[in-house]
Design a protein around this ligand. Structure first.
Ligand code: ARG
Length: 467
């Protein structure tokens, strides 16, 4: 039986009927649909609509539906069911008879789908935060192994200043921890229960909304039935957060790809996450990294598509909102598949620390430290910059590094140069110079590492608290 056939004299065009169905993709919401239906059934019993026996029959029926779905995927292949809500109603009536049709008393699919999707996003957030904590841990482990080894940092993709490899890796940890926080923030805002909102104006029966909310782990009921049935902000926020996370991963992937080239030679691609070429026998290609970068486009596309779907929708529910489902599922699936692979890659990628250290000592990346030496000797910064610029020009002319220039030559450029200038150019001095919170001086990086560990630990604890 359809959920709405009474007022219709003609059957649906069969192609239209097939085309407008959502069961193919909303079947994955079945578990949430069953939980939400159980909460609604209990509220119906408290409101005097269901007898205690009827409630038990419905709850048992819902449980059986869950068991059958778990036992066999084809159970959900019901060509007559319009969507997961209709599917449950049909199955319930088949299992327990007409009492099953009492479940829908006083509720609407509009509040149901809004509820199911919130439950889905909440669970996805918890899983994603768990995966993020594992990724951050893997990066921090690599950070520890890197010790005080240095590498070049780039601006404009030109060699800029040496940094600790650990400092570079911790930059990614910061990004991913922010992504974790954004997910938590999104979770906080979405954790309100639409049940009892009805189709648009609120339930037509005196349902205890607080009890329904609590039984599903929501903080409270939503405040406005019109908003609750038409709101998909949580989906937009969630996919936006995922697109920013995807962009972080994409930047990471791009950098790893660059660093794996023979021209850089900073990292060795793990064979377990690379592929070869069918034509060129020597090739080892960074497929994982490229696919991570490539999937970002789709995730950002989904975020945009979700926004455009909502644009211009009059309040409240419109069937357009059915289209938000796949736009939401796809990026969550992609991210949940991708994060463990990225973690695996980070655990097994090789860092060629000697090559990185070597690269950290060429290209005049100690020039600013050289200027700082002059500043400390009282030369005004702008003039110090100018003088060291001249020293760099001289070194370029001679094909040497700064420390290879004789003192006599340097003193022609500025009388402030002394013998100890050469110490200030050493890699260890240059690193130590950046002795501020958030800087790359080894002691600062060690502290940052400890703090990152703490932040990851609290992320893990929050995830566990929600499990
Ligand atoms: N399958 C629908 C969706 O995803 C469920 C809500 C249907 N509501 C309605 N009034 N037709 O949006």
């Amino acid at each position: 039986m359809k959920m709405w056939s009474g007022r219709f004299r003609q059957p649906l065009d069969p192609e239209f009927e097939r085309w407008q169905r959502s069961l193919d993709f909303d079947r994955r919401l079945l578990g949430y649909e069953l939980d939400a239906s159980a909460a609604h059934a209990r509220a119906l019993k408290s409101a005097g609509i269901l007898s205690p026996e009827e409630l038990i029959a419905i709850l048992q029926g819902l449980e059986q539906i869950g068991e059958r779905a778990a036992a066999s995927a084809v159970f959900l292949d019901d060509p007559e069911a319009e969507d997961v809500h209709h599917f449950v109603e049909k199955q319930l009536a088949a299992l327990i008879g007409d009492v099953g049709y009492k479940l829908h008393s006083g509720r609407s699919r509009n509040e149901q789908i809004a509820t199911d999707l919130r439950l889905y996003v909440r669970a996805a957030i918890d899983q994603l935060r768990h995966e993020l904590s594992k990724l951050c841990n893997a990066i921090v482990d690599r950070t520890e192994l890197a010790g005080d080894a240095a590498m070049p940092a780039y601006t404009h993709l030109q060699k800029a200043e040496p940094v600790l490899i650990a400092h570079w890796l911790l930059a990614y940890v910061e990004m991913f921890l922010r992504d974790g926080e954004r997910l938590a923030d999104c979770r906080k805002r979405l954790n309100l229960c639409p049940l009892g909102s009805g189709a648009v104006a609120g339930a037509t029966l005196p349902l205890n909304r607080m009890a329904m909310a609590q039984s599903l782990g929501f903080d409270a009921p939503t405040a406005n039935s019109i908003d609750a049935t038409s709101d998909r902000d949580f989906a937009v926020e969630f996919v936006d957060v995922l697109s920013l996370l995807a962009i972080h991963l994409s930047r990471w992937a791009e950098e790893m790809i660059l660093f794996s080239t023979q021209e850089y030679g900073f990292i060795g691609l793990p064979e377990t996450y690379s592929t070869g070429s069918s034509a060129m026998p020597q090739k080892k290609n960074p497929d994982l990294l490229e696919l991570v970068r490539g999937k970002t486009g789709r995730i950002v596309g989904n975020a945009t598509a979700l926004l455009v779907n909502m644009k211009g929708l009059p309040l409240a529910y419109n069937k357009d909102l059915q289209e938000t489902q796949q736009l939401l599922f796809e990026p969550a699936d992609t991210m949940l598949q991708m994060l463990p692979l990225v973690t695996g890659f980070m655990k097994s990628v090789e860092f060629h620390q000697e090559a990185m250290e070597r690269a950290a000592q060429s290209g005049f990346m100690n020039a600013w430290a050289g200027a700082t030496y002059l500043v400390n000797r009282g030369v005004p910064s702008r003039l110090a910059h100018e003088r060291i610029g001249k020293v760099v020009a001289l070194a370029i002319e001679r094909g040497s590094e700064l420390h290879e220039l004789p003192l006599a030559e340097l003193q022609k450029i500025s009388p402030a140069f002394r013998d100890d200038f050469y110490d200030s150019l050493k890699l260890s001095s240059v690193l130590a110079l950046h002795d501020v919170v958030g800087g790359t001086a080894p002691e600062r990086v060690r502290k940052a590492l400890g703090l990152a560990r703490e932040k990851i630990q609290s992320l893990r604890e929050e995830v566990h608290a929600h499990a």
